[in-house]
Design a binder for this molecule. Structure first.
Ligand code: ADP
Length: 277
């Protein structure tokens, strides 16, 4: 009768809720595991430069003795040598300290964007001026490596909707990577109209390239691929994930095309600002 049917329906409903709950619990467990491994990863990454800073601080401290004592006894040669070593050690300490600062800033930026706490200043922007600002900020990088750097911005490029500081950050990240992974040749940054109502910005290098199977992964947190694992140049593996978060927040996309041994091209597309926006 009716009562029994209701009971059976209830049981089915309960069963269905149980299955839904199991799914939810599994999802939460997965998210929690991802968070744990992220924290373990972050802690490990932060400890490396800190260990270097502390280690070299101790070496410098003990070297100071070898500056002072020969100085007292008038051994100028020994004093000079110890001073040279100290200068070198201090250089590494500063470099590692800066790397630590960049890592912490990157982690905070990524967290802020992911948590939706980033304050965005969206306006109609000329990508040409964004690129020139990023190029100026990275000038010392490519100059010190002796790499040529070209900018090629299409005339009559329409403005995009974006946040200037965040987009400069994206282009700086891409140029820094291009320079970091290029030994000889050049780096270029181009901006032109893409297919449809988009502006397309590319950062092109003639560097080491990225293997096809690694190309999707470079946008994952802390992912450093290929040879960069063994001769890992200072980096956080957070630069590209930050670029992707920023570009996607602005309704754009970012991709990479690369040929190992020949170079890489990172391209992002952003929607053109509506007239009058
Ligand atoms: P980081 O550069 O700090 O390691 P990113 O997220 O910016 O972190 O990049 C992740 C990884 O992607 C790099 O470690 C490197 O292996 C690879 N990669 C990024 N840009 C390039 C490039 N232009 N050429 C070759 N490899 C690159």
């Amino acid at each position: 009768d009716g009562g029994r049917v209701v009971m059976v329906t209830d049981l089915t409903a309960i069963k269905r809720h149980e299955i839904e709950l199991d799914g939810l619990v599994a999802q939460l467990q997965k998210a929690s595991a991802a968070k744990s491994s992220f924290i373990a990863n972050v802690s490990h990454e932060l400890r490396t430069p800190l260990t270097a800073v502390l280690g070299f601080a101790q070496i410098v401290q003990s070297r100071l003795e070898s500056v002072i004592f020969p100085a007292v006894s008038g051994d100028a040669h020994k004093t000079d040598r110890a001073m040279g070593q100290i200068r070198e050690n201090m250089g590494i300490m500063i470099q590692e300290g800066q790397r630590l600062t960049k890592m912490i800033n990157d982690i905070l930026d990524l967290e802020k964007i992911e948590a939706g706490k980033m304050v965005w200043q969206i306006e109609a922007l000329d990508m040409g001026s964004v690129i020139r600002q990023a190029a100026a900020a990275t000038n010392s990088l490519y100059v010190s490596k002796g790499l040529a750097f070209h900018i090629d911005v299409a005339e009559d490029l329409p403005p995009v909707m974006g946040d200037r500081d965040r987009l400069v950050q994206v282009v700086i990240n891409l140029i820094s990577n291009a320079v970091k992974f290029t030994v000889r040749g050049h780096v270029a940054c181009t901006a032109r109209r893409g297919a449809g109502p988009f502006v397309q910005v590319s950062v092109i290098d003639t560097g080491i390239g990225i293997a096809p199977e690694d190309q999707d992964e470079v946008f994952d947190k802390f992912r450093q691929v290929g040879d960069t694992l063994t001769e890992k140049p200072s980096g956080t593996g957070l630069g590209l994930p930050i670029c992707r978060e920023i570009v996607e927040h602005l309704n754009g996309t970012i991709t990479v095309e690369s040929m190992p041994g020949y170079g890489s091209t990172f391209t992002f597309q952003l929607p053109v600002a509506e007239a009058g926006a």
